[in-house]
Design a protein. Structure first.
Lengths: 212, 10
């Protein structure tokens, strides 16, 4: 465990909780892509199946349970509890265009052709693109609530911190995992455009709105 | 060994 890992995990946790609180407090999931949230629930489910087979640490198990629990709670709030506020018309990204190629890639490029390993690889690839329906939704409506941008910023920051973590682990532990690194870099790149808007607009007190 | 190393990551 290094400082980048820890702050990365906490940033990820902050993002998840910000989103849950936003929906809960405003009693609305307007502007949130339910499809992205379903993809994240799939990501956590397929990656953390090892909860049932291997124990790593209390920290590890607790975080996994929290991530999975929050992911399903978010999906429940969007599609059940606050369904009336869900903006389905703008959430029109075709997720099969992500899930099918990502599934194929996980079967083709993995460390070991076993069930658990392919699921792990699938979750890594899927996570790197799971935010696309959300970004697509923002580009379609042309704006995002400030709280939604904080959520996205924390989520992007988590991935950027994980990259620093991998650099650290490569130097000090001689460890690297090419699949995780490539997927992590792709994921971070997807946020670059958003980071720019966040710094130039949201941090200066303006609402995030895109030019028409 | 890399597979064992990464198992502690979330």
């Amino acid at each position: 465990m290094n400082i980048f890992r820890l702050t990365g995990d906490l940033s990820h946790l902050a993002a998840i909780i910000i989103l849950l609180l936003k929906i809960w407090k405003s009693r609305s999931c307007a502007g949130i892509s339910g499809k992205s949230q379903i993809l994240f629930a799939i990501v956590f489910t397929t990656r953390y199946l090892d909860l049932l087979s291997t124990f790593i640490s209390l920290y590890n198990s607790c975080m996994k349970v929290i991530y999975i629990g929050c992911a399903y709670a978010t999906v429940y709030m969007i599609y059940m509890k606050f369904r009336a506020t869900y903006d389905g018309n703008h959430d029109s990204f075709r997720v099969e265009f992500l899930v099918v190629p990502v599934g194929g890639l996980a079967v083709l490029i993995n460390h070991d052709f076993s069930f658990m390993e392919i699921l792990w690889t699938f979750s890594i690839y899927l996570e790197s693109v799971a935010i696309l329906p959300q970004l697509f939704m923002i580009s379609k409506t042309g704006e995002a609530e400030t709280i939604t941008t904080h959520y996205l910023f924390c989520l992007g920051l988590y991935r950027a911190l994980y990259i620093f973590n991998w650099v650290w682990r490569f130097y000090f532990e001689g460890f690297f995992d090419l699949i995780a690194i490539v997927a992590g870099v792709v994921q971070t790149i997807l946020y670059c455009d958003f980071f720019y808007l966040y710094v130039t607009k949201v941090l200066k007190g303006k609402k995030l709105s895109l030019p028409a | 060994p890399s597979r064992e190393c990464r198992k502690d990551e979330l």
